[in-house]
Structures are given as C-alpha cells and as structure tokens.
Design a protein around this ligand. Structure first.
Ligand SMILES: Cc1cc2nc3c(=O)[nH]c(=O)nc-3n(C[C@H](O)[C@H](O)[C@H](O)COP(=O)(O)OP(=O)(O)OC[C@H]3O[C@@H](n4cnc5c(N)ncnc54)[C@H](O)[C@@H]3O)c2cc1C
Ligand code: SF4
Length: 592
C-alpha cells in the first residue's frame, strides 16, 4: 500500500523538532501534525497593511496554504490580562497557546502551538544529577548530554547566563565579587539566602546562574549577526512565559521555520491546527487519524514510521485511545509512572531587601540541595508585569490571612496560659502588605515578593486513564502528602526566613486549595523500561508490542515515543535537556 510520507511526527515541541531535523538530514519526506498554531511577536513586523488589523509575517503568507498566525499576549501590563485569558486553549478556542489541564490532585500547564513547550517555557537548559537518573533507570551519560547540548546550540543558538541587570560580555557572571550590585536583585537574594540556610540546615546548597536558551547582547557581531541586525537581545522584560516581545528567546518555531520549512528541498511539511486522535497499524506502517480544526474534518495520513511527540499528556492520551478504541495492542503499563517532577511554587513576602520580581528572565539562578536523601532544585522566578496586580493582591490576602491565624493561635495560647497580664503585647499592628487603594507600579507591587520555583524527586506514582474519551489522572494516595513536598516546604520556609520575609505557599496548595499541585514539568505515562512487563517503550523509545507476553522485548517496527512521556520518573530539575538527550538517542538509533 503506498504511504503518504516516510515519517509522520505528532507534535512540534522538543521531541518532535529534534526528530524532524534528523529525518530531514537523511532526506526523508516528513509530515508534522500539530494541534496548535504559529505564535510570533508583533514587535518585529511593522505596521499592518491597509485594511488589515494585524501585520502578517512574510514567511506565513509564503507558505502554501498560508500559515495561521497568533501574537504573544500584550500589552505588557495589567490590561494585557484580557489577551492572556484569550490565549488559554479550550473547546471553543482551538488555537489557544496555554493548555491548562485540571485533575483532582494536580493541575498541569503545557503549551499548544508550533514549537510546543519552547513557546511558553523559561529557557532553562540543565543536566540532572547522575544519581537522580540512576534512581529512575534512565541510561543517559556524558556522550548523550554532549549530543543534546550540541543540538541545542546548532539548531537554536548559544546558551547564555543572564543573571545581571545589564549584559557583561565576556565576563564570568558566577562570581562578580567587585560588581556584586550588578546582579539582578532576586538572583542575589537567592544566593545570599542559600548561604544562610545551608549553615542553619547543615547541608550544601551551591548557587549558580542558569544556562538559558536565549540571546544575550554580544558585541561580537560576527557571532551574533542576526541578533545584532534585528536587535533581538534580552531586554530583561521578564515575560518569557508570555512570549518575548524583542524575540530574544530560542523558540522552536524559529528552528522549524528557519532551518526546515523555509527550504522546500528539505522535504518537511507542517499541518497546524491538526489534532491527532489515534494511530492504527496497517500493512507496512501506520495510519494516523486527526481532526483538522481549519475545516472541521477528520482526515488520515499514513507512513512506515511514526514518532509520537505530543508531550506527556498528548502522547499518553493518543496511545490510550489507540489501545482502548483503535485496537493497537500496548502494554498494561501505559499511563503509569506519571511524575510531577516535584514541581512546587511558593513565595516569600516582605523580603528585607527588594527583589524586583518583574525584572529579568523568568528564571535566572538556582541552588541545588540533597535534603534528607532527596534531591531538590530551587530557582528564583519572575512574575510578568501583566500578572503582577493579580499575584500581589492574592498573595497579599493569603499572607494577611496567615498572619491573622498565627496571631489568633498566639492569643489563644496566651489566654490559656495566663502567663502575661497585658494582651496588647500580642496585638502588634499587621504589616501593611495589602493595600488595594494605594497606587503602585507593577514593579513596585512585586518589589518585595520573591517567587520560588522548586523541583524534586517524587515517586512517579500517578496514573493516566481514559474516562469517556477524556484524560484522567489519579493516585492511590494523597500525592501532596508524600515526603518530597514536605522537604521542599521546609527548605523554602528556611530560605524565606533567610530573606527576612514570610513564607506563603502557592494558593492552590494552601488558601484556595488543599495541597493541590501545579505542575509545569509533567513526565511519564509511556515509561522507558527494559521489558514490556515494566514499561511502554524500550530505552530507544521503541513501543513494545502488546501482542507479545508481558516481559517480552519485541517492539512495533517504526513506532517511537520521543518526548517527555517516555521519561520514567522525576528529574528534579528542568527537563528539556534530558528530553532532548533521550529523543536524540532514539532517533540516532532509528536512523543509523
Ligand atoms: C511555564 C512553563 C515554563 C517552563 N520552563 C521550562 C524551562 O525553563 N526549562 C525546561 O527544561 N522546561 C521547562 N518547562 C517544561 C517544558 O516546556 C516541557 O518539559 C517540554 O516542552 C516538554 O517537551 P515535549 O517534547 O515532551 O513536549 P512539548 O514541548 O509539550 O510538545 C508537545 C507538542 O505536541 C502538541 N500536541 C499535543 N497533543 C497533540 C495532538 N493530539 N495532536 C497534535 N499535536 C499535539 C502540542 O501542542 C505541543 O506542541 C516549562 C513549562 C512551562 C509550562
Ligand atoms: S526577559 Fe524579556 S527580553 Fe529577556 S528573554 Fe525573557 S521575555 Fe525576552
């Protein structure tokens, strides 16, 4: 039976883009199916043509058919919130950028669009601790990570450490002893707090600027010629997760267009707004069924090779549907080993020194600790100006509430003990952290609120199933009460004290929810394992053949998983470099 393409790639995030670059280099005819659309900055496009509401990029017009385009949410202050909410994907908004998936014990945020998670991520590109990889049985070492770093730099651009208020070309920014004041305030606050807390807790907590996939100003115009010409340097606007207006981030839509789609001889096609439903095995390959949101029709394409790269939720859902409804026999482990990556957000309110949380890239520096036997990574995090009013108000209310509760408890104790005659000593006026009537700029609202972005080793015990064709996520216990989250809270409470402020957890954890997690680095669902008894794919990402008895190593020919769903447990660090390393290992083995 003739096939439409040599390979079909489902999803255009990290795994999907990596697979496509490798297949194109081997001269294969590739189709990428992506449920979302193209997202660009409106800033570099000039004025819209007469009669048009928005400027259309030349490259989008040149594609046949022309590519649908959306623009990063803006303006960059509270009025941009409307644009932000309009960018959330839903049944009536198929081209939304943010996919917010709500489950009983955790909410998960992922991206939808050409470029996948790179569109809304905060650019952090890090390698996990070897001990963490060993613990989850992921066999990636120096060679695989070097290959991943090389791909990142060859296909996206140089990694940079953006941890200072202004660029300091050619200087090592990990230890600016004489120019300490040049650090972004929140990076310095994390470094100083980690020093104090590591002594108090008796643990090592080294601080380091993060490697970020974005363009830092570089006077070497030869090396950064495009950036120099187009002025696409990081301007510390602090809105990476909303899209970068100066276009300084190395997002994968740029890789896909610049390296593949703009050159028809590369043999790569991309169909946006095409949401894959399921996969069926046919003679000589696979048939992929998808809904084309541009015309509302359901369509099919076929190829001898299919690479699933729809992300942890996307790929697991497609395979569950293909198994439960489409007859593709897969192992009983499908849907298991979901890991939250120990993702945990919290705030420190009322820092002694200002931290100016709206300024700089979203994450700039991090500290790593091994605490009671578990690895934990904590980064400073930014809040974009657009979200400053809503964040500072919510956190202010929760902080005020927590202080009143603490005061009440103190009063009860005082009353019961009758130890002190004058209760007024226990009624100090509350610090004025929440005053909706006073006018503040967005930068002032967040000046003394530090935002922690923490990750750690959870036990990867979540399980996805399909319920009425919808993805469902369950645990057979209270995941919020598992040890890692208690340890993270202890660490963050200590760091908050060391900053001179008060610890306030993320609202859904306490205040607006009860230990509900908010996950931005979901992993697992199609775990790697040595045999089909324990997992869904082998260490090369090949899907185990469920027709064979459990424990077999037989795989479906030409069917691969190359995204975060294959990672069998927490990495306790930002995952994209590892997803890239694993995807490259799979694709290099598939295309020797
Ligand atoms: C706010 C935020 C900040 C983050 N910051 C960082 C960071 O700094 N560093 C880091 O390492 N990680 C970060 N992450 C996590 C990172 O984005 C993900 O781990 C990564 O993108 C996962 O890569 P992937 O290849 O598995 O899938 P993705 O990049 O998620 O790509 C999956 C693609 O498949 C598409 N898709 C899904 N289902 C279908 C379907 N049925 N049909 C067609 N297409 C489909 C999606 O639209 C998407 O484009 C962040 C995440 C968030 C939400
Ligand atoms: S901080 Fe601003 S300018 Fe820099 S990469 Fe992020 S969004 Fe772009």
């Amino acid at each position: 039976m003739p096939m439409n393409f040599d390979a079909i790639i489902i999803g255009t995030g990290f795994g999907g883009t990596i697979a496509t670059t490798k297949l194109a280099a081997k001269g294969k005819k590739v189709m990428m199916l992506e449920r979302g659309t193209f997202w660009v900055t409106p800033e570099k496009l000039g004025q819209p043509p007469a009669g048009a509401k928005k400027p259309i990029p030349v490259w989008a017009k040149e594609q046949n058919p022309p590519m649908p385009v959306q623009y990063w949410p803006r303006p960059n202050h509270r009025e941009g919130l409307l644009d932000f909410f309009a960018s959330i994907r839903g049944p009536l908004n198929n081209d939304g950028l943010y996919q917010y998936s709500m489950f009983k014990q955790a909410d998960i945020l992922t991206a939808s669009g050409v470029g996948g998670g790179s569109l809304i991520y905060s650019n952090v590109t890090l390698r996990p601790q070897a001990e963490v990889l060993l613990g989850i049985g992921l066999n990636l070492g120096d060679a695989e990570y070097q290959t991943a770093y090389k791909w990142m730099e060859d296909f996206r651009g140089k990694l940079n450490r953006v941890v200072t208020k202004i660029p300091l070309p050619g200087r090592d920014v990990s230890n600016l002893t004489d120019d300490d004041y040049l650090y972004l305030d929140r990076a310095r606050a994390l470094r100083d707090a980690a020093k104090i807390s590591s002594q108090k807790l008796g643990i090592q907590m080294p601080w380091e600027p993060l490697d970020l996939s974005l363009v830092e100003y570089d006077p070497d115009r030869g090396a950064a010629s495009d950036a120099a010409k187009n002025h696409t340097f990081c301007e510390r606007q602090g809105r990476c997760i909303l899209g970068c207006l100066p276009a300084a981030r190395h997002t994968l839509n740029k890789t896909l267009y610049g390296k593949l789609l703009s050159d028809p001889t590369k043999g790569v096609s991309l169909s946006p707004l095409s949401e894959v439903r399921d996969i069926k095995q046919i003679a000589g390959g696979y048939e992929v069924r998808y809904r084309d949101h541009r015309d509302g029709n359901t369509k099919t394409l076929s190829a001898p090779m299919v690479f699933l790269a729809g992300g942890t939720l996307g790929t697991t859902e497609i395979l569950l549907r293909s198994r439960d409804r489409g007859g593709l026999k897969l192992t009983a482990k499908l849907g298991t080993h979901f890991s939250t990556n120990g993702d945990f957000g919290a705030f420190c309110v009322g820092t002694t020194k200002p931290v100016y949380t709206t300024r700089g890239p979203i994450n700039t520096s991090g500290v790593h600790a091994k605490f009671d036997g578990l690895h934990i990574h904590v980064e400073d995090a930014g809040i974009p100006e657009m979200l400053a009013a809503v964040t500072s108000t919510t956190i202010g209310v929760l902080d005020n509430f927590a202080q009143r509760e603490a005061l009440k408890a103190k009063m009860k104790f005082a009353f019961l003990s009758m130890a002190l005659p004058d209760l007024r000593a226990f009624l100090p006026s509350l610090p004025d952290t929440y005053d909706p009537t006073s006018f503040q700029t967005e930068a002032e609202m967040m000046a003394n609120i530090f935002f922690f972005n923490a990750m750690g080793q959870d036990d990867a015990s979540g399980k996805f199933t399909l319920d009425n064709d919808n993805l469902k996520l369950d645990w057979d216990k209270k995941i919020g009460e598992t040890p890692i989250f208690g340890k993270i809270e202890t660490l963050l409470q200590s760091l908050s004290e060391s900053m001179g402020g008060r610890y306030v957890p993320f609202p859904f954890w306490k205040g607006l929810g009860n230990k509900k997690l908010t996950v931005t680095h979901p992993l697992g669902g199609c775990p790697i394992a040595p045999t089909s008894f324990d997992g869904v794919v082998d260490e090369l990402g090949r899907v185990f053949d469920g027709n064979k008895p459990a424990g077999s190593t037989d795989v479906y020919p030409g069917l691969y998983v190359v995204d975060g769903s294959a990672i069998p447990g927490a990495l306790a660090i930002n995952p994209t470099l590892t997803i890239a390393a694993q995807a490259l290992k799979s694709i290099n083995a598939a295309l020797p």
